[in-house]
Structure formats: structure tokens, C-alpha cells
Design a protein around this ligand. Structure first.
Ligand SMILES: Cc1cc2nc3c(=O)[nH]c(=O)nc-3n(C[C@H](O)[C@H](O)[C@H](O)COP(=O)(O)O)c2cc1C
Length: 207
């Protein structure tokens, strides 16, 4: 199913077409494709080029690993993500390697890596659904995450599936229109809340 962003200004087609489905096709992701997604993540920028990310990856062809990753998601996410061919959990290194200082941008950089992966996924015909709904302590124990690393989020990915295969409340959400705040709500110049001058002026109310 396509669900392109109804963007107010033209954006790149890869960004326009990306969305977060919960229905996935029963089709594995080819190992070479998965490698390209991870390679795209690898080339994300990061503060001091620290690359403070780790990806815990499991495919449905590895049932034990898949179950381990699935068990780290909250129940709601498990209900639909169990049908995805690939699950990932991202983990951030909270301190700089060798320096021991706090890396305040570690989560930011993990997000950038995931964004790269998502754009590459869209180019490959795949879709990624990220998940805040993980149980970090479970990730920590199930994968023996070192103490200075912190679980960030999960992601389910695969080729798009048929929304009618989803149970009713999820099907409705799958078909719901995509919405965003207007640029004026978060693009400011000068004082906080003052819309940047590049933004189109709001239409005057009818006289
Ligand atoms: C960091 C992050 C965490 C998210 N957590 C969840 C989640 O736990 N469960 C879920 O179903 N969707 C989750 N989402 C998906 C968002 O709800 C979705 O991206 C948002 O509604 C915008 O829709 P779109 O991605 O289709 O444009 C998450 C997305 C991100 C980026």
C-alpha cells in the first residue's frame, strides 16, 4: 500500500513515499539488501565521528534470535511486529570511547543512522516501522548489553503487506491519513514562536 506524504512543499520522492506500516508481506529480506540498509546506517554522520550505535538484528529465518528480539517489545508492538521479516533493536553508546565522557548526542546519532537506513530501505522497496515501545531492561539482559550502552528503540522492517490482514483497530490506523504540524509551528527566527520569514504568510481571513 502506498501512503505518500501530502507535503505542502515538494520533497524528495524517497522521503515522500516513506511511511510506517504495520502490515508486512510474507517475504524475507534478501541478505544483500539487509547489508545495504546497514551500510547506509554506517555512513550516517555522528558527533566527533563517534558512531555511537549498535544494531541488534534478527530475521524470521533465525527463529530463536527473532523470538529474543520480539520478546523485548511491548505487547502492543509484538502483536503486529511478529509478522515482520526483520526486527532490529538500536543501542547507543552513552560515553565517548576511550574518554569516558558523557556523549550527549548519542541518541541523536543513533536516530540519524536509523534515518539513513530508512531512506535506503525506501529506495529498496522496503518499509521500516520504528518503535519506542521496547522494554530496555529486557534488551539489556537478553542481549547482554554492556552497562555504558543504552537500548534506544526497535524497528520492524520488510516489504509492504496487505492492510486487510491486520485486526480491525490496526487496520483503521493503517488506512488513516498522515498528518503533520505546519512548518510555522516549529520553524522560528528570532524570538521563540515567531515564524521564520521564509514561511508563507497565513492566508488573511475573508473580509
Ligand atoms: C522513535 C520512534 C518511536 C516510535 N514508536 C512506535 C511504537 O512503539 N509503536 C508504533 O506502533 N509506532 C511507533 N512509531 C511510529 C510513529 O507512530 C510514526 O512514525 C508516526 O505516527 C508518523 O507516521 P509515519 O512514520 O507513517 O509518517 C515510532 C516512530 C519513531 C520515529
Amino acid at each position: 500500500m502506498d501512503k505518500p506524504a501530502p507535503a505542502d512543499h515538494p520533497i524528495h520522492d524517497l522521503l515522500r513515499r516513506r511511511w510506517s506500516p504495520r502490515a508486512f508481506a510474507d517475504r524475507p529480506v534478501e541478505p544483500a539488501v539487509l547489508l545495504r540498509l546497514l551500510e547506509a546506517a554506517r555512513w550516517a554522520p555522528s558527533s566527533y565521528n563517534e558512531q555511537p550505535w549498535a544494531f541488534l538484528v534478527a530475521t524470521r529465518e533465525q527463529p530463536e534470535e527473532f523470538a529474543r528480539a520480539l520478546g523485548c517489545l511491548v505487547e502492543f508492538n509484538q502483536s503486529w511486529a511478529k509478522a515482520a521479516p526483520v526486527l532490529m533493536l538500536t543501542v547507543a553508546h552513552r560515553i565517548f570511547e576511550g574518554k569516558g565522557q558523557d556523549n550527549r548526542h548519542a541518541f541523536h546519532d543513533v536516530g540519524l543512522a536509523l534515518a539513513n537506513l530508512t531512506v535506503q530501505a525506501t529506495a529498496e522497496g522496503l518499509f521500516v516501522h520504528q518503535m519506542a515501545g521496547i522494554v530496555p531492561d529486557k534488551v539489556r539482559s537478553a542481549f547482554r548489553v554492556p552497562p555504558d550502552w543504552e537500548p534506544v528503540a526497535g524497528a520492524a522492517l520488510g516489504y509492504p503487506g496487505d492492510p486487510s490482514a491486520l485486526p480491525e483497530p490496526l487496520r483503521q490506523r493503517e488506512l488513516a491519513p498522515r498528518t503533520r504540524k505546519p512548518l510555522a509551528a516549529f520553524v522560528f527566527t528570532g524570538d521563540w514562536g515567531r515564524p521564520a520569514p521564509q514561511l508563507p504568510r497565513p492566508a488573511a481571513p475573508p473580509a
